[in-house]
Design a protein around this ligand. Structure first.
Ligand SMILES: CC(C)(COP(=O)(O)OP(=O)(O)OC[C@H]1O[C@@H](n2cnc3c(N)ncnc32)[C@H](O)[C@@H]1OP(=O)(O)O)[C@@H](O)C(=O)NCCC(=O)NCCSC(=O)C[C@H](O)C(=O)O
Ligand SMILES: [Mg+2]
Length: 350
């Protein structure tokens, strides 16, 4: 284990100094695009104008015969596309794959100053992050990259889940963690073919209203199979000072269920999610920007309790030091998002 005092020294001579605080720009959605797809590359400036973050995906969903062209396409994006200041991320291939070394080497040396975050799939423990951390530092030094590239882990194996805390604390480069529900479901041998979201078999059932007939009057409600995982990921991230994200929702046509899944993650503490299709950008924006009515009530709490202490009744509800802090979370997020968004500024009354 590294000595805490060494944590902020570069891991290679000439690499930029590690960051002390993780930057928190609007991060409501990480929009995935396939850089081997010329049409998607051409549309990227328009997508970047709407999305908080754009991510060139090199891993799953990119066919084997397009791995090289996806990498080259992302280099072209980094060198030529006008993203108007929207952060550019990548998801590289997994660490056991034959492509990842070339992914990281090419991207850091060719477009290291354009790349904000490298997302690492299927992270199983701190050792995976340590490997990438040192490699990226060596490449940053070689290429003269001026600010450190951050790392983001995807939780998508049972082993990774068991080690989520050590992953979150593994390096000062750690920016955040996302849930990878498809790979995680497979790793855990969960019985679902869905990419995120609920399942009609995962339900709670009310008691029967007729003791003789067990079918009568019983209400079934689908539960969220990702509740435990997301909550644990949020705790690991917050305790390490990094950002938790939900992941993909694969049923692109079911915008209603997508919104419900995103909202559950938002309420549990996630700062954002992935969008796989342009339609999911607007859903994420709506869900991960706090509701103006809640923000108005939170502002009322803060205004009514200027020192944030003691017990108060506001609109019939008890408020105290702790609920003042809850209100602060909502208002701080709303203020941050409203800075670059006139519509939200008006909606929140700032
Ligand atoms: C899911 C898709 C394959 C659907 O694509 P398509 O059938 O082409 O959808 P549409 O016809 O509705 O598309 C309309 C137009 O929008 C463009 N489009 C579609 N998706 C994107 C996008 N992500 N970014 C930019 N533009 C997009 C289409 O080109 C159409 O354009 P036009 O013809 O000009 O009108 C597709 O959306 C897609 O490939 N999405 C990304 C999928 C992806 O990245 N998957 C990997 C992440 S999820 C994962 O890996 C699982 C995870 O790791 C885990 O373990 O859980
Ligand atoms: Mg995956």
């Amino acid at each position: 284990m590294r000595h805490p005092r060494d944590f902020f020294k570069p891991l290679a001579v000439g690499a930029p100094e590690p960051v002390r605080e993780i930057p928190v720009p609007p991060s409501r959605m990480i929009h995935f695009f396939d850089p081997s797809n010329e049409k998607m590359r051409a549309k990227l400036p328009a997508i970047a104008a709407k999305a908080d973050i754009v991510l060139g995906n090199l891993e799953d969903a990119v066919p084997v015969d397009r791995k090289e062209s996806a990498r080259a396409g992302l280099v072209e994006v980094g060198k030529t596309a006008d993203l108007g200041g929207t952060p550019l991320w990548t998801r590289v291939n997994s660490l056991e794959s034959p492509w990842v070394l070339d992914d990281i080497t090419t991207l850091v040396t060719e477009i290291g100053d354009q790349l904000d975050v490298i997302m690492i799939p299927k992270v199983e423990g701190a050792e995976d992050i340590h490997y990438v951390d040192r490699l990226v530092a060596q490449l940053e030094a070689k290429a003269g990259v001026t600010r450190p590239i951050l790392l983001h882990a995807i939780l998508e194996t049972a082993q990774g889940m068991a080690n989520v805390e050590e992953i979150a604390f593994a390096s000062p480069r750690m920016q955040g963690i996302s849930l990878g529900p498809a790979d995680l479901a497979a790793s855990r041998r969960m019985k679902t073919t869905r990419v995120g979201g609920g399942h009609p078999g995962y339900v709670s059932i009310s008691d029967p209203t007729d003791a003789e007939d067990l079918e009568v009057g019983r209400v079934r409600a689908q539960q969220d199979p990702w509740h435990y995982t997301v909550a644990r990921m949020v705790d690991a991230c917050v305790s390490a000072g990094i950002l938790p994200f939900y992941g993909p929702f694969g049923d692109i046509k079911d915008t209603v269920a997508c919104e419900a899944q995103f909202r559950a993650a938002f309420i549990l503490g996630c700062v954002g999610t992935w969008s796989l299709h342009p339609v999911q950008i607007d859903i994420a924006k709506k869900v991960f920007s706090p509701d103006p009515a809640e923000v108005a009530f939170a502002k009322k709490i803060i205004e009514s309790i200027p020192d944030g202490k003691g017990v108060h009744m506001i609109d019939g509800k008890m408020q105290d030091d702790a609920s003042w802090k809850q209100a602060k979370v909502l208002v701080t997020l709303a203020e941050q998002l409203a800075q670059d968004d006139e519509e939200l500024k008006a909606a929140y009354g700032f």
